[in-house]
Design a protein around this ligand. Sequence first.
Ligand code: GCW
Length: 659
Amino acid sequence: MPLPVPTVPEGVDPAWLPDEAFRPLGTRRVLVRGSGPLVETVHGEVAAACARFGGRVERDASPEPYDLLLELTGDDGGEAFTCERRAGLTTVTATGAPGLLYGLFHVVRRGPAAFAEDHGLQHHRPGLALRMLDHWDNVAEHPVMGQVERGYAGGSLFWDDGRARGDLARIRAYARLLAACGINAVSVNNVNVHAVEARLLTDRIDEVAALADAFRPYGVRTHLSVTFAAPMVLGGLPTADPLDASVRAWWAAAAERVYAAVPDFGGFVVKADSEGQPGPFGYGRSHADGANALAAALAPHGGTVCWRAFVYDHRQDWRDRTTDRARAAHDQFAPLDGEFADNVLLQVKHGPMDFQVREPVSPVLGALPRTRLAVEVQATQEYTGQQRHVCWLGPMWSEALRFGHEGPAGPVVGQRASALVAVANTGDDPFWTGHPLAQANLYTVGRLGWQPDAEPAELLDEWIALTFPAAPRRLADGLRAVLSGSWRTYEKYTAPLGVGFMVQPGHHYGPNVDGYEYSPWGTYHFADRDGVGVDRSAATGTGYAAQYPEPWARVYESLDTCPDELLLFFHHVPYGHVLRDGRTVIQHLYDTRFEGVAEAAEAAEVWASLAPLVDGARHRRVAERYEEQLRGAREWCDQVNSYFLRKSGVPDERGRRIY
Ligand code: GCW
């Protein structure tokens, strides 16, 4: 029986799957072949599209010519598919049911082009096997962090008032959106595992099972964040030592029960010895010991441990110039290469600090050739405007995935890694992501997981074409204009030249240049009257630059070769230091802040001009947020400029108003 297509509940935005996106498919004669639950999903999709647009779908029998054949020819569970078009017939074939589903969405994405010119056999397979959204959702409202930690799109999609939501309609629709952009896994609770959330692993596993049931029809597997101390806090054991036999037995039994409730459970996400979460260090054990203990429990069931590498001293003394937070993960994890079990993924943030608007690519991603890696990015815009500012992060993520630690000849991050994990930017907001244009981030992250070397600009075009089907040229151009450069615009009015932070402590929204300067978090810019930046060179600084292999160690070490956009990440320089474009650091800083504000204002105007072409609710929501973005951009510009004028005493060459 074809599975009915989950429709978005009344009042919720269809995002990149409006009915209209299915028109090219829905007017055709389609044959679906194969059996199994995901084939029923595919059949349901095609049937709904055809019912709406006048096409026809047949199952298995094929007495007459068709426009589209969707055929499952095996049961290997794979995600790959092939596509060809010959003599008026488009054929999608897969040997695994997930592949057929991805093949269907490939056809949807291509729109009319899927039925236009003939082409030979194309092979499509995901670049990264695991493409996961990490929801930092708390089951209950957290007194400090709210329900969704670093969430800017309302409450949780999964949890309401301390329980799993009874009505799963929206989650089914969510699963469908995720599949359509290539996501195949979700982790449904915060990596900071509080007392209530810890119990999802044991006596509350039924609630997780209900979510997994809603995700399954679209090939999305469910994962859980667990606390390393679970054997103690849930099992009452006196220890959580990963080498203790009773602890290992507890994890094995816990995994057994999880799989009894959720047979295709994906695995655990673990934040250990990180920002106060418990971990193996408490027992004098390594992170490999810790990860492997949990991996051993999951291995018999085919589960994976995503073990986060976000390990650093969050209680450092700002006076201590020898400790460098950027170094921490490499110092801890590089020596462990080869020690992790096969079903462990070391989950590494793309930069060494914390999702700043500009960071170098983490050296950890190039340092463990015998370890399976997951690259972690943040779709939720904690440090990039909190979904009140437009900041499309496709180009930034793409740069990280295309970075080769050994230079142009070596493998790039997207080839080395096995997974892309994105901290989710969604919530129960009617537009899913608070800012309607932030949907583009979610879409792009899924597509980059499938194809890490994709051109981000092409993915943006895909998102525009799906979300605004049959958009007049002016609308598509306008959307491109406001989104494509938005990351660089945001960079221009916030912290300069890779130095990072300068945000309000705690919630991290808005400027506060010295907000983290005397804090224990390891996030400093060291501005004084003469200069600014962090000396991370090997010669005179913290030695972070030497964590890279050549050529990067050399490139970053020297002021002559360090890329300008990362200058203050790697070096402390005088305000008069001259950049490649001939401007001094201080003049660049002033100019760029003003430019950023001007670009944001221009984007707001472009958006205003699109009013006749965009539905009212969406247009208003974005326009309101532009007001806040403009206010915020000006505040950033004025605070940063005033701060540096006062520190340096160097006036703006162009005599603009600085306070
Ligand atoms: O970016 C920081 C956030 C924390 C978060 C932490 C992490 C979930 O400010 O809110 O905790 O990173 O990645 O674990």
